[in-house]
Design a protein around this ligand. Structure first.
Ligand code: ATP
Ligand code: MG
Length: 637
């Protein structure tokens, strides 16, 4: 067995040989004749000359050996619907969808914007686009008209695929009125809108523009739509970054490189095997949903669970904090993928729920999207008794940058670290001001990637090469390197620790501290469920840390004596762990923290509130009332 160190070395020293071999993991209609074209940095073209198709590799390829095996398992604890599609069923549905899109005028290279809840039709639409060479742009279903309109404007889709409504906590959330309003706001108008009608909310159809999937599906029942053989470098999709910061960017991905990257990651990182079941609790609106709900597991010949609903609601719509484990047991899930924020929600539930189900099929739980704090990792690791594998990546990368490649070598994880650089990623730490490479263990710096970036990584920003170069590659003086905008540290064993975003780093009296380090210390307090630390302008010290804490027992909030005692305890903890400089000026107790729809902390918004500034664009925020509570606390002080 190769050691991971050797595997990684080869990927960096001999990328052509390494990726040519990985390229054999997928089907090619015509083999590639050049592995990596890096003639014009930072732009990379992988597998030039090759012809392939993402949908072929995800669906058609498996018809020979596993036509009747489960491919897509659509489960909704919102509607009670539970349906398994075999690879053959999926092949049929995708062709019906592809024929419907073609009938609405979609051709190779056209954009199709998908604004849908977590229903099977959303996956059909993505795969149908891939099949006919259309570029899909999935927009998270929770976004309101403003965010949706700016994405329609940028993507200029020929067709939009949507639905009457989504549902959350048993309550229908109509999509159609939001979509109509977004189209009204956008100067670009789609030719047609294709709608799945779930009978959750009434729809006003626009004559000539709006079409019902149920009807077109009947018309194209027996459709046979062959896969379009595409250049490896043809665009498969664009996806907008979730928008914790600034104006959304259309991250653009290729076809061949992405297919290879996913196939390789399913083998080397996720260790998912054909015939098994993969369960990712993300949403198709996020990159994790693209890579590891839809494409990755299917490419690997696995069944994938598409789950609509809260982690705390059962199929009977009654509260049930064990619903995910129920699904793991029922479908014998072997690989699961979720986010720390979801685990923190479950942590507030009865821990006995984890013991109630037979989870023996499960081999590992992967968590990504934000820092995984040690108490949360320990809690879930003790409850599940399987490896908990943190993985660090971005919408831009499409697959993990830092993690543990258990499929290559079972290296131990370290609490608080997502792991080591993945094959193909030449990760470095640079000094923020000088751009000098930091090689000694324990030095803090900016996490960057040296080109060529590996297959699956973004090609560019949709229709804006210069923004791509300027935003990501020209931030370090004198160097052309990809900036992750995350701040990190590497230990003597080569494990990285992510300390926060570079703009979340605070400067207290000339000392640079990652807000993540302070949060990690605070979350070690037994009574703390969640914490956000931000840097707030201070006349004397430049900046000071300010902590907002959600307690496990929210009742403590009202008891001010207990709150004062807790605040002192927390400050003492930080003093002990990191020194007095890192000690927050105040610790405030709140009932919730402001997050994006994908569950990421909106530190920027909290910071703005603390500094009495406008919190900026909050269209991606999950619940505005939460920020109001922080405003009130700050105002009362
Ligand atoms: P935007 O780029 O629009 O501001 P975003 O960065 O929140 O949005 P994503 O691409 O979904 O959008 O998130 C990637 C970021 O999430 C990383 O750059 C990092 O800051 C954080 N992140 C992801 N996974 C981890 C992890 N395992 N540990 C620590 N941080 C993580
Ligand atoms: Mg980002």
């Amino acid at each position: 067995m190769t050691s991971y160190a050797d595997f990684y070395r080869q990927s960096i020293d001999q990328p052509d040989a390494f990726w040519a071999e990985q390229g054999q993991l997928i089907d090619w209609h015509k083999p590639f004749d050049r592995v990596c074209n890096y003639d014009n940095p930072p732009f990379v073209h992988w597998f030039q000359g090759g012809l392939t198709n993402l949908c072929h590799n995800a669906v058609d390829r498996h018809l020979k050996d596993r036509a009747d095996q489960a491919a897509l398992i659509a489960v909704s604890s919102e509607t009670g619907l539970e349906k398994t599609y075999s690879f053959k069923d999926l092949h049929d549905e995708v062709q019906r969808m592809a024929a419907s899109l073609q009938a609405l005028g979609v051709q190779k290279g056209d954009r199709v914007l998908i604004y849908m809840p977590m229903i099977a039709e959303a996956a059909f639409a993505m795969l149908a686009c891939a099949r006919i060479g259309a570029i899909h742009c999935v927009v998270f279903g929770g976004f309101a008209s403003g965010s949706l309109a700016s994405r329609i404007e940028d993507a200029t889709p020929k067709v939009i695929v949507s639905a009457d409504a989504g549902s959350r906590g048993g309550k229908a959330l109509p999509y159609k009125p939001l979509l109509d309003e977004a189209i009204r706001l956008s100067s670009h108008k789609p030719n047609a809108v294709l709608l799945a009608d779930r009978s959750l909310a009434p729809m006003d159809l626009v004559a000539g523009r709006d079409h019902l999937w149920n009807e077109l599906r009947k018309t194209h029942r027996d459709a046979q739509v062959p896969c379009e053989w595409l250049d490896a470098t043809a665009i498969s999709y664009t996806i907008y970054t979730s928008g914790t910061t600034g104006k959304p960017k259309g991250v653009q991905r290729d076809t061949g490189g992405y297919t290879v990257a996913l196939a390789a990651s399913m083998r080397h990182i996720f260790d998912g095997r054909a015939g098994e079941t993969f369960f990712s609790t993300s949403d198709i609106g996020w990159v994790v949903g693209h890579s590891y709900i839809v494409y990755g597991p299917l490419i690997a010949g696995m069944a994938t669970i598409l789950y609509e609903g809260l982690p705390t609601q059962g199929m009977d719509k009654k509260p049930n904090g064990g619903i995910w484990w129920e699904l793991v047991e029922k479908y014998k899930v072997t690989v699961m993928f979720s986010a720390p924020t979801a685990v923190r929600v479950l942590k507030k539930q009865d821990p006995a729920l984890l013991k109630k189900y037979d989870l023996s099929s499960l081999r590992a739980l992967f968590l990504a999207g934000e820092p995984l704090d040690e108490p949360t990792a320990r809690w879930i690791s003790e409850g599940l008794n399987v490896p908990i594998i943190d993985n660090y990546w971005q919408t831009e990368s499409g697959w993990p940058i830092l993690t543990i490649a258990n499929g290559v070598e079972q290296k131990p994880s370290k609490f608080g670290s997502p792991g080591v650089p993945m094959y193909g990623y030449n990760v470095k730490l640079l000094h923020e001001a000088t751009g000098e490479e930091l090689t000694a263990p324990g030095e803090k710096g900016v996490v960057v990637i040296e080109g060529p970036t590996p297959p699956g990584f973004m090609q560019t920003i949709w229709q804006d090469d210069s923004r791509f170069v300027q935003t990501y590659w020209k931030t370090v003086p004198g160097k052309t390197v990809y900036n992750t905008f995350d701040w990190g540290i590497r230990d003597a064993d080569g494990y990285y620790f992510i300390l926060g975003r570079t703009d979340d780093v605070i400067n207290v009296a000339g000392h640079r501290l990652g807000t993540r380090e302070i949060e990690e210390s605070i979350s070690g307090h037994l009574q703390v469920a969640e914490v956000a630390v931000v840097g707030v302008a201070d006349a004397l010290k430049g900046q000071v840390a300010m902590a907002f804490v959600v307690l496990r027992d929210a009742a403590l909030l009202d008891d001010s004596a207990a709150a004062i005692k807790l605040e002192a305890e927390i400050m003492k903890r930080v003093d002990g762990d990191l020194g007095a400089l890192a000690r927050p000026a105040r610790v405030r107790f709140v009932s919730a923290l402001p997050k994006t729809r994908s569950g990421k902390l909106l530190r920027r918004a909290i910071q703005a509130v603390c500094e009495g500034r406008d919190a900026g664009d909050l269209t991606t925020m999950d619940d505005p009332a939460v920020l109001q509570q922080i405003k009130d606390k700050v105002a009362a002080a």
